[in-house]
Design a protein around this ligand. Structure first.
Ligand SMILES: CC(C)(COP(=O)(O)OP(=O)(O)OC[C@H]1O[C@@H](n2cnc3c(N)ncnc32)[C@H](O)[C@@H]1OP(=O)(O)O)[C@@H](O)C(=O)NCCC(=O)NCCS
Length: 284
């Protein structure tokens, strides 16, 4: 594959994952590492590949993860397209200049060879997602917008454009505090563990559901798809949440907070001595 001075580009699949790794995590002891390896091994059979730039010491500099649109782990309909899950050039790679554009070029080349309709990506100016500018620079155009996200595409052949699927419907069965996530992003298991511990420490029940297939991810409760923090089915966060942010969200939403004592007559002494009740719809 093509290369730039100081960086080599590899296409990572089932045969060389152990040798090259997947880029954004290099420490196998990180809690998100092994789940991502297992997730990738299953996805490779669906056509997912990583394009990875490494430096002369084999350290990762940048990567792009793409998959046939049928198997996109985002709530999109992109059959026939190549879909970019993630593009990330680390600060060391950014100093070289041009790696982001080269990764996009390489992905377009792969899509052309595979006879795909084109390449699509979800972008956002918000956190944990690449902004659209680098794609626009390569001739991509925005075909859909929803919430903080855009769908950008570079068309290679005629065919239906990708679109967002509908999210935000609140299934009647969703109650309480819940995280729906996937190991697609290897940073997420750490967030899920941290939030579970905080919730347990607060006496809150936190249901954790792991997405098992692209089909499930395409029906996810948030457009980001692979992380949703929900309260009674309502979306509270659609990306990695730190412990501090989680506590703030709980406080802002009044989840698990002691109820304010009602103003009442002074002589209701018994009620005053009772422990403060927590939100009754939270399992404690
Ligand atoms: C956006 C990004 C891919 C660009 O990679 P790069 O190798 O530095 O960029 P290149 O040199 O190949 O391309 C340059 C073009 O990319 C765009 N670009 C570069 N850095 C950018 C930035 N910080 N913000 C927005 N656009 C940027 C511009 O269009 C730029 O062209 P210009 O300089 O003529 O305006 C890189 O900054 C990045 O990975 N950012 C983080 C993305 C992210 O959060 N991914 C998800 C992680 S989970």
């Amino acid at each position: 594959m093509s290369s730039v001075p100081g960086a080599r580009l590899e296409k990572v699949g089932p045969d060389n994952l152990a040798r090259f790794g997947f880029g954004c995590l290099t420490n196998p002891k990180n809690i998100g590492f092994q789940p991502k390896v297992v997730w990738l091994q299953a996805r490779f059979a669906e056509g997912l590949r990583l394009l990875l730039f490494r430096d002369d010491q084999d350290h990762p500099l940048a990567f792009l993860e793409y998959t046939p649109g049928e198997y996109a782990w985002r709530p999109v309909e992109a059959n026939g397209w190549f879909f970019v899950h993630c593009l990330w050039v680390y600060s060391k790679g950014q100093k070289l200049g041009g790696l982001g554009l080269r990764l996009i070029d390489a992905c377009v080349e792969e899509a052309r060879k595979a006879g795909a309709l084109g390449v699509a990506a979800m972008t956002s100016d918000g956190p944990w997602m690449v902004g659209k500018q680098v794609f626009i620079k390569r001739g991509f155009e925005v075909v859909a917008r929803a919430s903080r996200f855009e769908l950008v595409v570079l068309r290679l052949r005629p065919g239906p454009a990708p679109r967002f699927r509908e999210v935000g419907k609140r299934p009647a069965g969703r109650r309480g505090l819940e995280i729906v996530y996937s190991a697609q992003c290897p940073m997420l298991p750490k967030s899920v563990l941290d939030l579970s511990e905080i919730a347990a420490g607060l006496g809150l029940k936190l249901k954790v559901t792991q997405l098992k297939s692209a089909r499930e991810a395409q029906a996810a409760p948030s457009l980001y798809g692979v992380f949703s923090l929900l309260w009674n089915g309502r979306l509270l966060a659609d990306h990695y949440v730190s412990g501090t942010r989680f506590r703030n969200i709980l406080r802002e939403e009044g989840i698990g907070q002691p109820k304010r004592p009602r103003a009442g007559p002074k002589e209701s002494g018994d009620a005053d001595r009772r422990p403060a009740r927590r939100n009754p719809s939270v399992s404690v």
